[in-house]
Design a protein around this ligand. Structure first.
Ligand code: NAD
Length: 362
């Protein structure tokens, strides 16, 4: 098959890590007989330099016409960059909001997987880690508290602020369907997280998720209150497979879940629309402090490309081959500087990419 991928290298370490992910995709193409064609798209600081805005309409259109999007990261040194002496909607990160909105990406998926080899970086005790954990947090991205009506007013001489949490059943249904679809590719367990003991929006969430669950008899559904979930993530992370939740709860829980993996350079993510289209990017930023040094860890971006193979192209075997190659490189003791440990061999960005490519086979 032939796939068209819009590639957004972005700023800082973005171009370095995206280059390695494309090499990995090319290697997958070679081994499995696919062609990946890349069209480069400017976004972030590089787009501001070229066009005065973080994302042009043309760039968005190129992304929209592709089969999926691979993104490095955007942004510069916030305290010390000409890109930040402008209105917020003209800063590099505004490109991220614009592209997510423009492409209708409403489902954000962040896996939290603990590699045995990196268990020392996990802040949890060994007895809690047990056999490790392997979950994805699926967060609704375009509704809820962050998008509801808000205002601040003075009432009887006292300042008062209001934020509104709104969800309609269609918004809940479409993300629930995504979560169950993804659970079908995994361990077939969805934990839906809400605050149904207090919030109406959560009671509707729970009702709709239960309706969707009826179409997936193979998937086990359980419900968990968000405060309990925050505790369970650090008490028994191994219990989770797919964690489905609304925007603000997901914002907080996905950061907590990433933290317990202990290594920011390893965390992939995907944002999906109604269909198979998605934008894939590492969870970390553009790391301006190490840009151009050739030391950035490309694994988060490579694993994001692996998610693209599975979620957008249904190439599950190919995706697994990439994940296995990453696992093998770690088992053999190769590390970039951010995950370096005693007795391991330190490698740079390009060499890490090459080692992973060499281990991709049928
Ligand atoms: P960051 O994630 O870029 O960096 C935090 C720390 O982790 C730094 O010390 C960095 O060197 C290190 N790090 C990050 N990724 C790494 C990798 N792959 N390999 C090795 N080390 C890595 O976060 P920050 O410093 O808060 O933000 C830097 C810039 O990135 C800012 O402009 C911010 O707005 C932007 N940002 C962009 C995105 C995105 O594009 N999606 C996300 C977060 C932050």
């Amino acid at each position: 098959m032939n796939y068209q991928i819009a590639v957004i290298p972005g700023d800082g370490i973005g171009p370095e890590i995206v280059r390695e992910a494309c090499k990995v995709l090319d290697r997958v193409g070679e081994v499995y007989g696919h062609t990946f064609q890349y069209t480069e798209v400017l976004m972030g600081g590089v787009s501001i330099d070229a066009h005065g805005v973080p994302l042009t309409d043309e760039a968005l259109e190129t992304a929209r016409k592709s089969d999926s999007v691979l993104l490095g990261a955007v942004g510069g040194d916030v305290g010390n960059s000409r890109w930040y002496d402008v209105a917020p909607n003209l800063r590099p990160e505004a490109g991220l909001l614009a592209i997510r909105k423009g492409l209708g990406l409403f489902a954000n998926i962040r896996p939290a997987y603990l590699y045995n080899e990196l268990a020392d970086a996990c802040p949890l005790k060994r007895e809690i880690i047990g056999d490790g954990f392997d979950m994805v947090i699926m967060r609704e991205l375009t509704g809820g508290l962050y998008f509801g009506e808000r205002h601040t007013e003075e009432v009887d001489g006292v300042l008062q602020a209001v934020d509104t949490l709104v969800y309609n059943e269609n918004e809940i249904r479409r993300i629930a369907v995504k979560a169950f679809d993804i659970a079908m590719k995994r361990k077939k367990h969805v934990t839906s997280v809400d605050k149904a003991n207090v919030l109406d929006s959560s009671r509707l969430w729970r009702k709709v998720v239960e309706e969707v669950a009826k179409d997936y008899p193979e998937v086990t559904l359980s419900h968990m209150l968000v405060d309990n979930c925050a505790m369970q993530l650090v008490m028994n992370p191994g219990q989770f497979d797919v964690v489905l939740t609304e925007n603000m709860f997901g914002d907080i829980l996905s950061d907590e879940a990433s933290m317990i993996t202990g290594s920011i350079g390893m965390l992939s993510s995907a944002s999906l629309n109604e269909g198979k289209f998605g934008l894939y990017e590492p969870s970390h930023g553009s790391a301006p402090d190490i840009a151009g040094k050739g030391i950035a860890n490309p694994i988060a971006t490579i694993l994001s490309a692996a998610m693209m193979l599975s979620y957008s192209f249904d190439l599950d075997e190919e995706s697994k081959a990439v994940e296995n190659a990453v696992q093998q490189v770690l088992t053999e003791g190769y590390r970039t500087v951010d995950i370096m440990a005693d007795g391991c061999s330190q490698v740079g960005t390009t060499q890490m990419g090459k080692l992973i490519c060499e281990r991709i086979h049928k």
